[in-house]
Unconditional design. Structure first.
Ligand code: ATP
Ligand code: MG
Length: 868
């Protein structure tokens, strides 16, 4: 069975059990402060379990893209070393939201595995939760009894809290679970060791394939468990592991999910997979990591310096590190795997096939830049070794610096050191690393307390499209701590405050009643809730408040948001339909728009785009807002869906003439309210992505006024002559003058050289010159080198004064260096004491700077003693 068939069979099976099949949610999460990536199938359904939202169907099945590289579920270190953990993997899952429970979940899992996929029953073991006295949880007798209907009792094993009580993160939905393990060892090995002894023992061929979680509890911030409103089922089956079992392989990497990638890697690198355990790890790391990187980029997360983007960058660097060290690849290679990955998975995951070229470009650029970094790191390491020729161990600080500033993995430093017969100070490195961890821990201090619920309220309605001022009641609140201090989050029954999302910043304002007035500092979305951030909790929190949005600020934001839509349409008109939005910021101050385009925009293109926008402003186009359009219809209307965004079945469509967008943001009622739009910069944001920044309304008018004022000033400085012509004239004059000065300096130097030669004294067979000059240091150096070529046995000491600071320069002919054992470097260090300074250089030329101008003459007098 091919992997494509395996995926389809799963979905078809659950469809036949009345499940609604849904697409995978994006792999990168937005609006969730507790989690960066989907780490399991249930992530996107969290709100259904918590009762924050009603599912559209009580039975759902899908395959979910998961990434386990940070937080509670982090498998990164194992990936490549073992054969069944990946960074990115697909989790096949079926869900019940308060519908069926343990009986059906167990029966269907059994039916699918043994009757549809036809895995032999004798290969299967299952586990159930044995209970936990500290948490006051009983053994899962129910699950045990349902399993008994299908499988012999000696194959039902008890498991502890670690393996059989599943939790998404430190807080959130959780519950006892029942795992299904499959023993795929050959018969002779099965006879030697009983399979049940190997369950959950990290044996690569006795592995967990499916976990059935019975979601009944909520883990709270104070660590206690609370019963959820309903009993739910959440199952997750590792797709790649299932493929291994069904394709009769012993490693996930031997399945058709990974083999094409590995074959391509063999072709590029010239190494063979399976030939050597060391290179095998590198093959697996690369074949695995390219998936995590490509899917994250497909969902809009570019590699970057912080947050989720940084995690992706680290994964890419881990991969490049392996390729560089182990496969000897000094050129970018991961990007070459993208087309193969696309053939494998692009059919099911359109975000991949639709953007394959862009993804490859981003990866290539990121790889190249890291390879350049590696080069710089190598130079840094080599220069350290050269400057410290006697050293045997490279200090931990250097290894840390390489790691921290150059992103150089420490094992790479270790290998390079070993090649040079050196070792690295592992302990010192660890010390630096833990110092860094401490630093980032205190910087990232973050704590969220549990909600205090005042009124149960399922839906917090947003009324801010129509009202900026309404009466509200606080339904729940909680305290949070982060690096800026302590804050509270308030939730209302309805709100006029727009929560930061889709690039648009959150509203600010205040809530007020007869007792008090509290500032709303920001508004954010957390999962499905709109939370208002305040510094202090209202004293009388049960009372109603008047909630008032900062109107002027909101109007500026709306101007910028509508201008962003016009900009998007103008870019597609001027540059072409390949332009797609890649990110945006819409604030009260300015707007930023990132979009796919391959080259720098020309001045004319920028001007044309700006013209198109302002044309629409002048056309006074009315806002055409439709708040509930079925998703498919919206696409028909010409709106574009962005990959990595989660859209509901019903979407909001914003139209200004030809510009049609799926958008939840706030807008002007008529384009003329934008007043004017001015593009202030066009730059590169990352590979294949350009960035435009622009301003509108009063900000744009102020900007233009300022520009005009500076122009007026320039005019008045130039005595109101035609300014451009005058400046051109000034530039030409300036160049002329520079040339003349250079010529004068040269002539002066020629004269000096003549004087210097005339001042030569012969002392003990040495041609000695000692003097002070007004020439600059560069000219002095030049003259000294000229004279050294012309005069044998020369010993010359020159003092200069620049900006009231003394400098000494000493030149000695090479023959004198040898015959008299003179060393300019050593001499200049001695003489520099006279000018209270220091310096050094080569035996034949050296310089020193100092503080005491008056010591120069004395230093020159003293220099004679070296040849006397
Ligand atoms: P393991 O103990 O093998 O790490 P787990 O207990 O972490 O598994 P769950 O969190 O229960 O796994 O996830 C459900 C299923 O997802 C597992 O049964 C397994 O088949 C699959 N799975 C989990 N982690 C990975 C991974 N890193 N790579 C591939 N598949 C995985
Ligand atoms: Mg695990």
């Amino acid at each position: 069975m091919t992997s494509k068939d395996i995926r389809k069979t799963f979905l078809d099976f659950f469809e036949s059990k009345q499940h609604t099949i849904v697409p995978s949610a994006p792999i990168v999460l937005k609006d969730d402060p507790t989690l960066m990536f989907s780490n399991s199938g249930m992530t996107q359904f969290k709100d259904f379990f918590l009762g924050y939202k009603e599912p559209k169907s009580f039975r759902i099945a899908d395959t979910q893209k998961c990434l386990r590289v940070s937080g509670k579920h982090n498998d990164l270190d194992d990936v490549g070393k073992d054969t069944y953990h990946h960074t990115m993997f697909e989790m096949l899952g079926n869900w019940s939201f308060g519908d069926y429970f343990k009986k059906e979940a167990i029966a269907w899992a059994w039916e699918l595995l043994t009757q549809v996929y036809k895995i032999p029953k004798e290969w299967i073991y299952v586990t159930i939760f044995e209970g936990d006295s500290i948490e006051n949880l009983n053994k899962d007798v129910e699950a045990y009894n349902f399993w008994k209907e299908h499988i012999t009792e000696d194959r039902i094993l008890l498991g502890n809290k670690k393996d059989n009580f599943w939790e998404m993160g430190d807080t959130g939905p959780c519950g006892p679970c029942s795992e299904i393990h499959v023993d795929i060892r050959p018969l002779n090995e099965k006879e030697k060791i009983d399979g049940k002894k190997l369950v959950n023992q990290d044996h690569p061929q006795v592995i967990e394939v499916w976990n059935l979680v019975f979601m009944e509890y909520l883990r709270k911030a104070d660590k206690t468990l609370e019963k959820l409103p309903k009993q739910n089922v959440d199952t997750g089956m590792g797709f790649e592991r299932l493929c291994m079992i069904l394709q009769g392989k012993t490693s996930n990497y031997d399945t058709d999910v990974f083999m094409p990638l590995i074959a391509k890697l063999e072709q590029i690198s010239g190494y063979k997979y399976g030939a050597n355990s060391n290179t095998d790890v590198a093959f697996r790391v690369l074949a695995d990591h390219v998936r995590a990187i490509a899917f994250s980029i497909a969902d809009g997360q570019l590699p970057s310096n912080s947050g989720a983007g940084y995690v992706i960058r680290r994964i890419l660097r881990r991969a490049v590190g392996y390729a560089f060290r182990i496969l000897n690849m000094k050129e970018p290679l991961l990007y070459q795997l993208v087309p193969i990955l696309n053939t494998q998975m692009g059919e099911y995951f359109l975000e991949l096939s639709k953007q394959a070229e862009h993804i490859a470009l981003v990866i290539k650029e990121e790889e190249s830049s890291f390879l350049r970094t590696i080069d710089q790191g190598l130079v840094r390491m080599n220069s350290f070794i050269e400057n410290n020729p006697t050293i045997k161990t490279i200090p931990g600080e250097i290894i840390f610096e390489l790691y921290d500033t150059y992103g150089f993995p420490s094992d790479l430093s270790r290998i390079i050191a070993e090649e040079k017969g050196l070792s690295i100070d592992e302990e010192g490195f660890e010390v630096e690393m833990s110092k860094q961890k401490e630093r980032s821990k205190s910087a990232g201090k973050f704590r969220t307390y549990d909600w205090v619920v005042l009124h149960e309220d399922l839906q917090e309605e947003f009324v801010g499209y129509d009202y900026l001022d309404t009466q509200v009641k606080v339904t729940r609140y909680r305290k949070i701590e982060n690096k800026e201090g302590e804050f509270y989050q308030l939730v209302f029954q309805l709100t006029p405050f727009y929560a930061q999302s889709g690039g648009q910043v959150g509203d600010t304002g205040y809530i007020m009643n007869d007792n008090e007035k509290i500032d709303i500092l920001n508004t954010k979305k957390e999962n499905n809730l709109i939370v208002h951030i305040v510094k202090e909790l209202p004293k009388y929190i049960e009372f109603p408040f008047q909630a008032v949005v900062d109107q002027a600020r909101r109007e500026s934001i709306s101007q910028n948001h509508s201008a962003t839509h016009l900009l998007h349409a103008a870019l597609r008109k001027v540059l072409g339909n390949h332009v797609e939005q890649k990110g945006s910021y819409v604030g009260p101050d300015y707007l930023r728009f990132d979009f796919s385009h391959f080259s720098k925009m020309t001045e004319e293109e920028i001007e044309q785009v700006e013209f198109e926008i302002n044309k629409k402003v002048m056309e006074r186009i009315l806002l055409n807002e439709n708040r509930s359009v079925p998703f498919a219809k919206a696409l028909d209307m010409g709106a574009m869906a962005l990959f990595g965004e989660k859209y509901g079945d019903i979407v909001r469509v914003i139209k200004f003439g030809d510009s049609v967008e799926l958008c939840g943001g706030t807008h002007v009622k008529n384009t003329q309210e934008i007043i004017i739009c001015k593009i202030i910069s066009e730059s590169s944001s990352s590979a294949g992505v350009r960035r435009i920044e622009a301003i509108t309304g009063k900000t744009a008018l102020d900007f233009l006024k300022q520009e005009f004022n500076s122009y007026e000033q320039v005019k008045s400085l130039l005595k109101n002559e035609e300014p451009i012509k005058s400046i051109e004239k000034l530039i030409t004059e300036n160049e002329e003058l520079k040339k003349q000065i250079e010529q004068l300096v040269k002539e002066k130097a020629k004269n000096e050289k003549f004087l210097w030669k005339n001042s030569i004294k012969e002392i003990n067979g040495v041609q000695y010159i000692g003097l002070i000059t007004e020439l600059n240091n560069a000219t002095v150096k030049d003259l000294i080198f000229q004279l050294k070529n012309e005069i044998e046995n020369l010993f010359i000491v020159v003092g200069t004064k620049t900006d009231n600071k003394p400098t000494l320069s000493i030149g000695i002919s090479d023959d004198l260096v040898k015959s008299k054992n003179l060393n300019a470097g050593a001499i200049v260090r001695e003489l520099a004491k006279e000018i209270q300074g220091g310096g050094g250089g080569q035996p034949s030329f050296a310089t020193a700077g100092g503080k005491n101008l008056y010591g120069l003459e004395h230093a020159i007098d003293k220099s004679i003693q070296y040849i006397d």
